[in-house]
Ligand binder design. Sequence first.
Ligand SMILES: [Zn+2]
Length: 238
Amino acid sequence: MENLEQARQWLAGATSLAVLTGAGVSAESGIPTFRGADGLWKDFKPEELATPEAFARDPRLVWEWYNWRRELIRKAQPNPAHRALVKLEIKIAHFTLITQNVDGLHDLAGSGKILKLHGDIWRMRCTACGANWPDRRAPLPKLPPHCACGGLARPGVVWFGESLPEGMMKEAEHAAASAAVFLVIGTSAVVYPAAGLVPFAKHAGAKVIEINTEPSAVSGIVDCALHGPAGEILPQLL
Ligand SMILES: [Zn+2]
């Protein structure tokens, strides 16, 4: 509990906070992490479907998978960790939420400023004209979906082998570098470039606090590691 008290003090005194969230936060809302056995659908691994090559080969198959994921996600609700982050955003003047999650649960909880590093499963993008738009229907009425221009639509997410939306990583780095406290929640911190934000914040002088169910790749460099469900720990830090 010493660590908890320390983390609480740092947060209470912080005027700037950056937060990085990952799949663990969504898992506490019942959303599979889509990694390993947890991510299997019809015997496909996510790595076999979430790629530009898979989409080029069989857009309908990739969309069936996303349709399934959207239906799962639609049933999920934000948990106490999502809600605690909304409270922190209201309380701390300079606040940036950086997430690797695409499920939209931070939006649903009421977070305002969100950098969605891996995009948003509730948005679509036209592969022909580049238009992008929100679409929250689950299931989708027709697969694969199309744009008004007739072009094939793709999920508005970042796939394996693709780069992050332009400028977003820069903005995340800026937030990490200017934060007094950097919170890393529910991510194994092994997926780059997001994982690089942790040492980045640390070198810039932030106090780094990790909340994870188990020790992760960054546990060794954080200033304070709290192990347990984020939905239980985070509300105690307010
Ligand atoms: Zn179009």
